[in-house]
Design a protein around this ligand. Structure first.
Ligand code: GLV
Ligand code: GLV
Length: 380
């Protein structure tokens, strides 16, 4: 339900009506949109937008929308958006599985995202979940707050060590590669990865790390790609999910694959919730008390499957992978440039890093236009 009083208008004299379903981080995004003749209608409250709210907010006339990853930009909504004159969905996220890209392309609607500037933030959160889960940080924190710590004990909160063990990485995009570099470099982990394409640059990096580590008598990492996801489950001591989401990945992690895993492995999901069958995970956490998990995303987000919060061996974070001030501010700038740029028909960027576009002087390039090819958009 939309609260009328939550709307704030920025640059009321702008001739293009741009809808922002949430307030983004920082101010620069608003300045960019105002500089390119956009009147920004900003919903300044925390209510989530479903289909009905999106359609109400779009109204009869809307040129562009700055949307969020949990909004259903499906065929129904996109058709209404197109009828209202909508030309761009600029999503404040890297993952765009909530947007019907094929339908948007057919309707001539540009779809943009914010890659690159959230790579480090999301990798850092995935790493935080690995350590929080396997070293029982959240459980220990609850223990302390409950006043249960009566003194040092040899067996208190035993976790497992990751140094020299195996990282199973599902999805070696920018974020996955950053996690792999950190764990191979910092802890000499062997990286076993699954990715549609080989990552020679990552393999070369780990080979160089191995050479340095060997020379200095440190644990020597290795790297290997597999085309069989099951291998990650069998061999991974740390299994990190960082792929983008498509329906083929629904319940990639199910009871069968969980049963392949080592009893004291750690599973971290920072991609999208439906990759894991949450009920199967709860059952596995229950029968395998030494197994741990760290989840930033949830199958029925924001709802949690019953029983998950009863499990002490899982750490939960509220989908905050990209939630650093640096990352979210830069995402906001990119989202604004994506929107203002498509409305102004700037060429789509293919050469400049999105970090540079977000932090450097203004370049008249659309930072990340996902359906440039389908829309026959000029490239630069
Ligand atoms: C976060 O999940 C994103 O896709 O940006
Ligand atoms: C996202 O930016 C990824 O490529 O992992």
């Amino acid at each position: 339900m939309i609260k009328p009083e939550a709307w704030k208008i920025h640059n009321p004299s702008g001739s293009r009506r741009v809808l922002a379903t949430k307030r983004l981080v920082g101010e620069r995004w608003l300045e960019v949109l105002a500089a390119f003749d956009c009147r920004v209608e900003l919903y300044d409250a925390e209510d989530m937008f479903g289909e009905a709210e999106l359609i109400e907010a779009i109204g009869d006339q809307c040129d562009g929308a700055l949307g969020q990853l949990n909004e259903p930009w499906n065929e129904h909504v996109l058709t209404r958006f197109s009828a209202a004159g909508g030309k761009v969905i600029s999503s404040y996220a890297v993952g765009v599985n909530n947007i019907d890209l094929g339908c948007a392309s057919r309707l001539g609607i540009a779809v943009c995202n914010t890659p690159g500037v959230l790579t480090e933030a999301t990798a850092e959160l995935a790493l935080a979940l690995v350590f929080a889960a396997i070293r029982r940080i959240a459980e220990g924190d609850r223990y302390m707050r409950e006043g249960r710590f009566l003194g040092w004990l040899p067996q208190l909160m035993l976790g497992r060590q990751i140094t020299g063990r195996t990282l199973g990485l599902f999805g070696a995009g920018r974020i996955g590669q950053t996690v792999a570099r950190a764990l191979a470099g910092g802890f000499g982990m062997d990286v076993l990865y699954f990715n549609p394409h080989p990552r020679p640059e990552l393999e070369a990096y780990v080979a160089d790390l191995a050479e340095v580590a060997g020379r200095h008598g440190q644990p020597v990492p290795s790297i290997r790609r597999t085309t069989d996801p099951d291998e990650l489950f069998v061999h991974g001591d740390v299994l990190v999910l960082l792929s983008s989401y498509s329906p083929q990945l629904h319940h990639l992690v199910d009871a069968r694959r969980l049963s392949l895993m080592k009893p004291a492995a750690v599973l971290v999901n920072a991609s999208r919730g439906p990759v894991i069958d949450e009920a199967a995970l709860i059952a596995h956490l229950t029968t395998h008390p030494e197994f741990t998990a760290g989840l930033d995303v949830f199958e029925f987000e924001p709802r949690l499957v019953e029983g998950l919060t009863d499990r002490p061996n899982v750490v939960l974070s509220p989908h905050t992978g990209s939630a650093t001030l640096e990352s979210r501010s830069n995402m906001a700038t990119l989202a604004a440039l994506n929107c203002a740029g498509t409305l102004s028909r700037w060429p789509a960027n293919t050469a400049v890093s999105t970090n540079e576009l977000a932090t450097g002087p203004l370049r008249q390039l659309v930072p990340s236009l996902l359906n440039a090819k389908e829309l026959d958009w000029p490239l630069a």
